[in-house]
Design a protein around this ligand. Structure first.
Ligand code: OOG
Ligand code: NI
Length: 463
């Protein structure tokens, strides 16, 4: 088959995220309610803030505000994770970053499958936070063996999905009908199953060890456990959740509200109790699925991230147990130390920026000299600098999201067990370092600016 007839991986990811969203809305009607709330708050925010509306419009963002930004699943074995890597690769999603949740008393480690280049992110940034259960952290040998025997029995992929993943590798792409079939088959892996694969006693035993172990082990597949649209005002959305019939988690995770947003702020409605049928015809319930919202800001450099981590750690100690309003006030006080203007963030090397030649720069670039420092070029209005959006996750925030749904079943004994090598061995490839990606984007934008200036001054000399 000729490669020109292949559908792009960006297009397959776009179709998949839409199909997943439609499925999740029918599975979890509450999630539809969250989407409506987010849409309403977004519209009000835009109406009250024409500058923001204009910027989103000129960035081509306005038309796709309602596209989900991420979802999450949890798998049980290395084989499952390795196959998922191939499934996500069909959609142009690569494993980026390593997240150790054992530190937070949750027996998983994780990565985010996401698009990495600028054009792909622009098309559809959909990512999936993917956790691998760490049975080796279960202390009871018997329970550990029982769990792995149960997991060994299941195949979370349909034969059709396996076939199309292989076909994609063989052909180097998928045709339009093949892409549609792939989306349909891949969706099955993410579907909810009301029938557990175990009896209620086994479920209870695993639940007692840790709720998350029961969630991963006792079902036929790694049901999608949340989706996450983008909100333009997370504080307002959180405030309105109860009136809209949702039970929000206690606090918004991440940095406080700022003039220059950094990293990622997230909150969710808490997981719902859903009815489940266990082997032996026992009816019971299981709590796993929720809805989340996110608001993203600038990607931080290693220096900026270290400052964020330090301030967050100190604020969290003081904020423990506070309600969201008090929690946000405590955070805001601690973060007073974190520069809050784009100029400062840039000059102090705290965030990554995308540099471009302005119209003025294009007209007058020749005289300004290519040798000048970037900051001087910015001051003269010849170059513009925009923060690069953070596309990844935050371990402390992720832990907060996990814990809000676990009913306090974290286990301190799991802590201190980061094992990136084991995760990468299971995955079959190393994960990409997220900082290196932002650094490369920034460097690439600087190089483009320099090249344009060099070309302009050469034209000037030649002419
Ligand atoms: C994943 C929780 C982490 C996030 O946005 O930080 C997450 C899970 O509960 O499986 O999705
Ligand atoms: Ni999430």
């Amino acid at each position: 088959m000729n490669s020109t007839t292949f559908v792009s991986s960006d297009e397959i990811r776009n179709r998949f995220s839409q199909a997943l969203s439609a499925m999740y809305q029918t599975e979890v009607p509450h999630y539809g309610t969250l989407l409506e709330l987010v849409e309403q708050v977004n519209q009000e925010t835009l109406a009250a803030n024409p500058v923001l509306a204009e910027r989103l419009e000129s960035d081509g963002e306005l038309g796709r505000l309602d596209v989900e930004r991420h979802g999450a699943i949890r798998v049980g074995t290395s084989e499952e994770l390795a196959m998922l890597r191939r499934l996500f690769a069909v959609m142009g999603m690569q494993p980026v970053g390593y997240y150790d949740l054992s530190e937070a008393g949750v027996p998983v480690h994780a990565t985010a499958f996401r698009p990495i280049d600028e054009a792909a992110l622009e098309r559809n940034p959909f990512r999936v936070f993917t956790s691998l259960l760490r049975l080796e952290l279960i202390e009871s040998v018997e329970l550990r063996e029982r769990a792995s025997a149960i997991l060994a029995e299941r195949d979370i992929f349909t034969p059709g999905a396996r076939e199309l993943i292989a076909l994609h590798a063989e052909q180097g792409g998928l045709s339009d009908p093949q892409a549609d079939r792939f989306v349909e088959e891949a969706l099955e892996t993410f579907r909810w199953h009301q029938d557990a694969t175990v009896d209620i006693k086994t479920y209870q035993a695993l639940l007692e060890e840790h709720r998350l172990i029961a969630d991963v082990v006792c079902f036929r597949g790694p049901h999608i456990n949340h989706l996450t649209p983008r909100t333009l005002n997370i504080d307002e959305a959180q405030r309105r959740m109860p009136d809209a019939g949702m039970n929000p988690k206690a606090v918004i995770e991440g940095p406080p509200r700022r003039d220059c947003p950094i990293l990622l702020r997230q909150t969710s409605f808490k997981a719902l109790e859903e009815s489940v049928r266990f082997n032996g015809e026992h009816q019971g319930t299981h709590t796993a699925r929720f809805g989340e919202i996110e608001q993203r800001g600038a990607a931080l450099t290693a220096k900026g991230r270290a400052l964020y981590d330090r301030l967050l750690a100190s604020a969290r100690k003081q904020a423990a147990g506070l309600d969201n309003d008090a929690h946000q006030r405590t955070l805001a006080e601690a973060f007073a130390e974190f520069p809050d203007s784009e100029t400062q963030l840039r000059r102090e090397g705290l965030a990554f920026f995308d540099y471009r030649l302005t119209d003025k720069g294009r007209d007058e670039g020749a005289e300004c000299g290519e040798e000048k420092e970037l900051e001087a070029l910015i001051e003269q209005g010849l170059v513009s600098a925009r923060p690069i959006t953070y596309e990844d996750f935050l371990p402390v925030s992720a832990a907060g999201i996990f814990q809000s749904n676990l009913g306090g079943s974290e286990n301190g004994a799991y802590a201190g067990n980061a094992n990136r090598e084991a995760f990468e061995a299971a995955l079959g490839v190393p994960v990409t370092d997220e900082l290196a990606l932002y650094e490369a984007l920034e460097q690439c934008s600087i190089k483009r600016v320099r090249e344009c200036l060099a070309k302009a001054s050469k034209l000037e000399i030649d002419g």
